[in-house]
Design a binder for this molecule. Structure first.
Ligand code: FAD
Ligand code: NAP
Length: 542
């Protein structure tokens, strides 16, 4: 039995002050817990603090990518665009921090380096990067699934004489780009957003592309006061729909990244005329309206061909267009990307595409980047090369559970959790949207509210029962991991030629596992609620 008299700095240490950490602090404080939030960044907002590259914006409608826990907050906040840009979301999250007086319990510029479970006292010992040691009964990891930046380990990278910038660590003071020779590596969601903005200001922009991207026009636009007022007038209904949906979206606020296929359209049954008509009417979107493309590889390839046709129609240089056509993986394997003039950017005189499949990287040299055909001279080199996603922020902490093993070692073959909330052998540690949960497949803010709510209920239950320790059983964890694996079978995420951060395939040497539950948030939360009703039977509580 743990020693309840141990001196605790807090009941709960929350790691991270993004959306998850802010909401966790608010809720746990309201439930009577003493909370300290530790955050590495110099400000709150997480993703929206760090990713301040030009063009950074949300791909979920702002009216849905926002908290629903307080109707007053919903009504008072005015969004300016259908898809809010980074500065607006950062302002919103700062407003949340101020409005609920959260800052007094948040310690900024305080990264967590090590965490050790003290088996004798049922508490966590947390060492910060600033040299402090804190102790709490519980830890809530709000460390984010897209918060551990990944940069390729190219030879000579440290010899570059110009400026190296990571899109996800974009300096607050900005980067001088005007008239300069800028190179960018990466054309996922971040690259596709930043590339058109860079091209507008750089003297010359060189895009180094390893894999061509599927990107669809975002249809972003200013929000009209009428539309905003209309949605606000029925916000309770919208939030209820979000909470009941597999993707945490209400589909009532216009275009969204989650707008996919028409269930009645099958490309395998379509005629040439129908496909051409779809292209004429819908452009790039003609490639993502087909229900059978999600399940059948032949159907998928036909949809990909429609996409390629649109690239060829948009990009004037046939060789560049060919390089920009995705060829070797299906639509739906990676997170869809929304763009604002991405393909058109390659028609500009000041933009060069280097297709790394034809002209590979050799090394970085002081003057720029050497590929097999020569040196691209650069003043600035930008990496939009993504993240050690889903598990990276957790495994970068030296976290030791009750057996003294490192979490990093326990997860060497891929993260193993119970519902993304807990890890066997790591008592009293809870994760918000951890590996093995629905993760990025659901719109985050409503998803965060549901997950944090569940964790807060559990901690309150433990407090009411005078319990100092909760530990999930290894059997329950094994069973859950098997369910997560089974749910991914047959999906495009699991296609053999699919390499993405969803399955660890974006990082050399990372275990190829899909630690994302594909069964939908509605089903996931129903399971979580059943568990709560059962008195958390998967856990040993004492
Ligand atoms: P984060 O916002 O990632 O916050 C985690 C925080 O934990 C960070 O501030 C980090 O510094 C801190 N942290 C991590 N490790 C430590 C440590 N060891 N010590 C101290 N602090 C630590 N999702 C959507 O649903 N829709 C979108 O349109 C969308 N757009 C996105 C755009 C970008 C550019 C990115 C990168 C992600 C996007 N996402 C989107 C996902 C986004 O991460 C979530 O929507 C949401 O912001 C996650 O909030 P969070 O608090 O869980 O994590
Ligand atoms: P990403 O999707 O993983 O894309 C990384 C890019 O870098 C890919 O083009 C990748 O090429 C390239 N790359 C990685 N390593 C490379 C190497 N060694 N050599 C050459 N190229 C390399 O990362 P991201 O663009 O940052 O997006 C990650 C996620 O964040 C998104 O999927 C989304 O969930 C979220 N996000 C959302 C938005 C939004 O619109 N709201 C914006 C940004 C980010 P390969 O394809 O060949 O691996």
């Amino acid at each position: 039995m743990g020693d309840n008299d141990v001196t605790l700095d807090a009941d709960v240490i929350v790691v991270g002050a993004g959306m998850s950490g802010l909401y966790a602090l608010k809720v746990l404080r309201e439930r009577g817990f003493r909370v300290i939030v530790l955050e590495r960044a110099a400000g709150v907002g997480g993703t929206w603090f760090w990713n301040r590259y030009p063009g950074a914006r949300c791909d979920i409608p702002s009216l849905e990518y926002s908290f629903g826990f307080d109707p007053e907050l919903e009504q008072e906040w005015e969004w300016s665009e259908h898809f809010a840009a980074q500065p607006e979301i950062e302002r919103y999250l700062n407003h949340v921090a101020d409005r609920y007086e959260l800052r007094s319990d948040i310690r900024l510029e305080t990264g967590v380096a090590t965490m050790t479970f003290d088996d004798a006292t049922d508490s966590w010992v947390v060492d910060t990067e600033t040299g402090e040691t804190l102790r709490s009964r519980f830890c809530v990891m709000a460390t984010g699934g897209l918060s551990a930046p990944h940069r390729p380990d190219w030879p000579g990278i440290d010899t570059f004489a110009g400026e190296v910038v990571q899109s996800s660590l974009w300096p607050e003071e900005g980067v001088a780009l005007e008239g300069r020779r800028v190179g960018i590596v990466g054309n996922g969601s971040s690259g596709v957003q930043v590339i058109p903005e860079l091209a507008k200001v750089a003297g010359h922009l060189t895009v180094f592309q390893r894999t061509a991207t599927f990107a669809w026009p975002s249809q972003n636009r200013p929000l009209t006061p009428e539309h905003q007022a209309e949605v606000k007038s029925r916000y309770r209904e919208v939030r209820a729909q979000q909470h009941a949906s597999p993707l945490a979206t209400a589909h009532t606020t216009g275009a969204t990244i989650f707008t996919f296929a028409d269930p009645n359209k099958f490309i395998l049954e379509s005629t040439e005329e129908e496909r051409v008509a779809a292209l004429e009417e819908q452009g790039f979107n003609a490639s993502r309206i087909w229900a059978d493309a999600a399940k059948d590889m032949d159907a998928n390839e036909m949809a990909v061909e429609l996409f390629r046709e649109m690239v060829r129609r948009t990009v004037t240089d046939p060789e560049v267009a060919d390089s920009l056509c995705p060829k070797d993986y299906p639509i739906g394997c990676k997170r869809p990307v929304l763009d604002n003039g991405y393909f058109e950017t390659f028609n500009r005189d000041n933009v060069t595409l280097i297709d790394l499949r034809k002209d590979a990287i050799v090394e970085v040299v002081p003057e720029g980047v050497r590929t097999t055909t020569g040196v691209q001279e650069l003043d600035v080199l930008i990496f939009a090369t993504g993240f050690d996603a889903v598990s990276g922020a957790m495994t970068r902490i030296d976290m030791r559970g009750k057996s003294g093993r490192l979490l990093r070692d326990d997860w060497a073959d891929g993260p193993r959790t119970f519902m993304g909330f807990s890890v066997a052998d790591y008592p009293n540690m809870f994760m918000v949207i951890g590996p093995g949960s629905v993760g990025v497949l659901a719109n985050y803010p409503p998803h965060i509210e549901l997950q944090v709510g569940w964790i807060a209920d559990f901690l309150e239950y433990l407090a009411e029962h005078g319990s100092t320790r909760a530990e999930v059983g290894a059997d329950a964890q094994d069973q859950w991991c098997a369910e997560v694996e089974a749910a991914a079978v047959g999906t495009m995420f699991n296609a053999p030629n699919c390499h993405s951060w969803y399955n660890g395939g974006n990082i050399e040497g990372k275990a190829r596992v899909i630690p994302i539950y594909m069964g939908g948030l509605d089903r996931f939360m129903a399971r979580a609620q059943e568990l709560a009703t059962s008195g958390y039977e998967a856990y040993a509580i004492r």
